[in-house]
Design a protein around this ligand. Structure first.
Ligand code: PLP
Length: 426
C-alpha cells in the first residue's frame, strides 16, 4: 500500500518513506490510499493481538512478511485494552496498561518497532529526535528502548514537566538520552526543527522525528476500537464512542475503524476549553487559537494537527462532519465534578482527560464507551486539588519500577550550537 499526502492525492510514498519522514514532501499528512473493509463477525471475542494482525496487515503487507508482523505486534502489545462496564450505559475502555500508563503507548510502540524493521540492513544508524512536554516523549522512549542501530534524543523543558514525567523520561538508559533544556517546550521544538534544517548535520547524521502526526502512530490506534466492540457483553448494532481529544489522532483513528466496517454509530469529540473542533462543528468556522492551559493538559491544543486528516476523510464542512462527530467542551470545574461523581457512584477513578469524555456522554444521555486515555495515578496532584482523596488509586507495577530508578539527564541551554555539538558527538 502507498500513502498519499492530504494536500495532493497524486503525491504517493511507499511505507518506509512515509514512516521515516513523518510529513509528506508538500507539508501534508500521509494517509493510506485504501481503507480495507474488514469482515466483522470474525472479530467478536478476538484478542487485541488477533485484531492487530487482521486489521493492520493490509496496510503494511507489501513491506513486511506476515510472520515478521506477527512477531512485531507481540512485542508492541504485551498488554490489553480492557473494557470496564460501570453500568449498562457507561463503559470505559482502559488504554493505560502500557509501560507509560497512557494510550500513546499504542501508537509510539508500534511506530518504533515498524521503524526499526524498515531500517534493518541499512548501514547508517538512525537518530530519532523528540521534543516533549511530558507524555509523548516517554511513550516514544519506551517504544525504542534497546532498538538496534537507533539512538533516541528526548528534549524536555527543564523544570516544566511533573516529577513523575521527568522520572519516566530520564530513567530509560541504553539508547535513550534525555536532554533537560533550559527553556520552554517551544524552545525544544525549535531546536529539533533547526537540526532538521541544518544541511551539514544532516549530511553526517540520519535524523528522523517521532512526532505525533506519523502515520505509523495513527494506524494502531484503530485496533482498540475493534477490541472494545469485541468485549461488549450485549452485542449492539452500533456503539457511541466518546473520545477525549487534543490533536484528534485518537478520534481520526476511530473514523478509520468505522470506515473499515466497525459497527460504530458516531463519535463524541470531547474537549476542554480548547474547543476549536466543537466550535467548528457549531459554526462551520475553523479558527485556531493559542492553547489555554487546563487540568486535562494533554488536550491543550489550539490547532489540532489531525484536523487535516479529518477533512480528508469526511469533507470540508461542518455538515460533512455531522453524521460522524458531535462536539462538546467542558470547564475544569465540570471536569473535577465528573471525577468526584464517578468516584462516588462507582468507586472508580478517572484521569481529568477521561473525565471530559465521560461528561460528553452524560450531556447526551446516551449509552456509550469512553476512551480512558491515561491512568489516574499520573494526575493525583490535579485530582487532590479538587479536594478528592487519592489514596485509593493504586500504584501500578510499571510505576513502582520507574520510581526506584536513577535519573540521568544532560542539561542543555536552549541554544542550537550546543545542541548541534551534542548531536555531532553522539
Ligand atoms: C495525547 C492525549 C490526549 C489527546 O489525544 P489526541 O489523539 O491528541 O486527541 C488525551 N488524553 C491523554 C492522556 C493524552 O496523553
Amino acid at each position: 500500500m502507498k500513502y498519499y499526502s492530504t494536500r495532493d492525492k497524486n503525491l504517493r510514498s511507499p511505507l518506509k518513506e512515509a514512516v521515516l519522514s513523518g510529513l509528506a514532501p508538500d507539508g501534508g499528512l500521509f494517509m493510506p490510499e485504501e481503507i480495507p473493509i474488514q469482515p466483522l463477525p470474525d472479530l467478536t471475542e478476538k484478542s487485541l493481538l488477533e485484531i492487530a494482525f487482521q486489521i493492520g496487515l493490509p496496510f503494511i503487507c507489501e513491506d513486511i512478511s506476515e510472520s515478521a508482523y506477527g512477531d512485531m505486534i507481540e512485542r508492541v502489545f504485551p498488554f490489553d485494552a480492557p473494557l470496564v462496564e460501570l453500568d449498562s450505559n457507561l463503559s470505559v475502555l482502559e488504554l493505560f496498561h502500557g509501560p507509560t500508563l497512557a494510550f500513546k503507548d499504542f501508537g509510539a510502540r508500534f511506530m518504533a518497532e515498524l521503524m526499526s524493521y524498515l531500517i534493518r540492513g541499512d548501514d547508517s544508524p538512525l537518530t530519532v529526535l523528540a521534543a516533549t512536554s511530558g507524555d509523548t516523549g516517554s511513550a516514544v522512549a519506551h517504544g525504542f528502548l534497546g532498538a538496534p542501530n537507533i539512538n533516541v534524543v528526548l528534549l524536555y523543558p527543564s523544570g516544566r514537566v511533573s516529577t513523575l514525567q521527568e522520572k519516566q523520561l530520564t530513567t530509560c538508559g541504553k539508547n535513550i538520552t534525555a536532554l533537560s533544556v533550559e527553556g520552554s517546550f517551544d524552545d525544544c521544538q525549535r531546536l529539533v526543527k533547526e537540526a532538521f534544517l541544518n544541511t551539514e548535520l544532516r549530511k553526517s547524521k540520519r535524523l528522523t522525528s517521532a512526532n505525533s502526526i506519523n502515520i505509523a502512530r495513527l494506524l494502531p490506534q484503530s485496533f482498540y476500537y475493534f477490541r472494545a466492540l469485541a468485549q461488549l457483553k450485549k452485542r449492539s448494532d452500533s456503539a457511541v464512542f466518546s473520545v477525549p481529544s487534543g490533536n484528534f489522532g485518537n478520534l481520526t483513528a476511530g473514523i478509520l475503524a468505522k470506515k473499515m466496517g466497525a459497527p460504530i454509530s458516531r463519535f463524541l469529540a470531547a474537549t476542554n476549553q480548547n474547543k476549536i473542533v466543537p466550535e467548528f462543528l457549531r459554526t462551520d468556522l475553523y479558527t485556531p487559537a493559542p492553547s489555554i492551559p487546563t487540568l486535562s493538559n494533554a488536550m491543550d491544543v489550539g490547532n489540532p494537527s489531525n484536523f487535516e486528516r479529518l477533512t480528508d476523510l469526511l469533507g470540508d464542512t461542518a455538515k460533512d462532519f455531522a453524521p460522524w462527530i458531535t462536539g462538546h467542551f467542558f470547564s475544569d470545574e465540570e471536569t473535577l465534578g465528573a471525577i468526584r461523581e464517578i468516584q462516588e457512584r462507582y468507586e472508580y477513578s478517572l484521569c481529568p482527560h477521561t473525565a471530559v469524555g465521560a461528561l460528553a456522554l452524560a450531556r447526551e444521555q446516551t449509552p456509550g464507551i469512553v476512551l480512558a486515555t491515561a491512568h489516574p495515578i499520573k494526575f493525583t496532584e490535579e485530582i487532590s486539588r479538587a479536594g478528592l482523596d487519592t489514596s485509593h488509586i493504586k500504584m501500578p507495577e510499571q510505576l513502582k519500577d520507574i520510581l526506584n530508578k536513577e535519573s540521568t539527564a544532560i542539561s542543555m541551554p536552549a541554544d542550537k550550537s550546543a545542541f548541534f555539538e551534542f548531536l555531532s558527538e553522539l
